[in-house]
Ligand binder design. Sequence first.
Ligand code: NI
Length: 165
Amino acid sequence: MARLEILTFPDERLKQVSQPVETFDDRLRQFLRDLEETMDGGPPSVGIAAPQVGRFERILLVDVSIKPKIKNHGRLFLINPRIVAEQGQEVAREGCLSVPDFTGNVSRAETIELEAQDPYGSPLSFTMTGFEARAVQHEMDHLDGLLFLDRLVSRRDLFRRKKYK
Ligand code: NI
């Protein structure tokens, strides 16, 4: 196992578009363990995307269960995720392991229908709402080379963090 280095803004590599995963092998699953160790080893976080550690494949790890009283599906490895339907819009504050010095207000769909594959290539589908849906949308943006900084509601909706914790 290994903790991986997290790329941070303004690293140009964060703008790269990631490729679909085609091979669901032990190498992939080893990477997933490293990604998990990286997320768990850093400041508390509800998600991480493969391109944040320099692997430009469509892979997310999302786990909002550390937040109390939030509807969630637990710890999810989501490979090749796709949003197939969405409903509502809501503005809320977001942070990012790759943007450690800031948080910002971003508008996201309130409810999403998500399809993805698990670490063995089997299909997954979820209906997600609220904070979990937001976390997935945030992480999916990383796969397309976008940060929350690219989606701020306005320039006044960017806030400096005192300390990431
Ligand atoms: Ni992020």
